[in-house]
Design a protein around this ligand. Structure first.
Ligand SMILES: [Zn+2]
Length: 311
């Protein structure tokens, strides 16, 4: 007789590692659109015993913390090629850090666990293109801009309040990025906003006292050689309008260099340069169309001094 354990949504999963999940969908084809109150149909982990064994292999807490966006397309474990239990992964909208961390109690507590108590050594902030939070930041840069008759205005205002806590430069940046987009820049204003709110988040993180019982800033820990911080921007790419198998702009992972203030294609792709973990890029599996942008790093650079601020 097989042993069963309860799983998410009450689905019974055989503990035999090779057995198929006993998930089923209770909706008949002619049922209405309303959801069953139970999570029937959710696919549970098919190999719970195998997962627990893998977790047991990792006795020590991970030394990696990844801060990235809530977006369902951003699977940090896949991009960083992380086995189970190898990193703290903190997802919040945009992957941004606000200026006043203590005002965000849940997030602050998460960082107190990972950075403070467990003393992570590698911190990654990863923003991405086509990001809802960046779109709201660039479209509604000032509080109160969201039209009250707009559908979902309450949700947009909630996200707007959050992004305004990341940077007080959002209205200025928004104007600059729209000027660039309207002037024929190859990246949309929202993607420039996402990458640059990443820079603001990076600066916010460096100034926060997260280590040594909240007596040392991240920046001090970096200077002491005890912590590394990387800002990444994941460009999901842009598909050709005429042929969805081709890309107008290739997906790529970019890394920010705080010394020069520039983004470049991450040299960590497919390279294990710290403790068994490498970044996993699917960059080579898709085809660029003629004239496609294969390196958007130069387009991510903003030379503020070169831009005339039109009134
Ligand atoms: Zn996002």
């Amino acid at each position: 007789m097989e042993n069963y354990v309860a799983s998410a949504g009450g689905i019974m999963v055989p503990t035999d590692g090779n057995a198929k999940v006993q998930a089923h969908n209770s909706c008949s084809p002619d049922s209405d659109d309303s959801l069953s109150p139970r999570h029937t149909g959710i696919i549970a982990h098919a190999d719970l015993s195998g997962l627990m064994a893998k977790l047991a292999e990792n006795h020590t807490p991970p030394k990696i913390l990844v801060l990235t966006c809530t977006d369902y397309r951003i699977s940090a474990s896949d991009f960083f090629n992380l086995p189970p239990g190898k990193a703290f992964i903190q997802k919040q909208v945009g992957g941004f850090l606000t200026r006043n961390l203590s005002a965000a109690a849940a997030f602050h507590a998460s960082l107190a666990v990972a950075a403070g108590i467990k003393e992570v050594q590698d911190i990654f902030i990863m923003t991405h293109s086509d990001c809802a939070a960046a779109k709201i930041a660039v479209q509604f840069p000032k509080e109160g801009m969201v039209p009250q008759d707009m559908a979902k205005n309450a949700d947009i205002e909630t996200i707007q309040r959050y992004v305004l806590q990341v940077s007080d430069k959002i209205p200025w940046l928004s104007r600059i990025f729209y000027q660039m987009q309207n002037g024929g820049h190859p990246l949309p204003a929202e993607d420039l906003m996402a990458a640059h709110l990443g820079i603001e988040s990076y600066k916010n993180l460096m100034g926060i006292k997260l280590f040594h019982n909240q007596t040392r800033t991240t920046s001090e820990m970096v200077d002491m050689g005890q912590v590394r911080v990387s800002l990444l921007h994941l460009d999901l790419g842009k598909k050709s309008k005429t042929n969805p198998d081709l890309y107008e702009r290739m997906p790529a992972l970019y890394e920010y260099d705080p010394i020069t203030g520039q983004f470049f294609i991450s040299r960590r792709c497919n390279v294990s340069d710290f403790d068994g973990v490498g970044l996993n890029c699917g960059y080579h599996e898709i085809t660029p169309m003629d004239g496609a942008i294969t390196d958007a790093s130069e387009h991510l650079q903003i030379k503020y001094s070169d831009i005339l601020l039109a009134p």
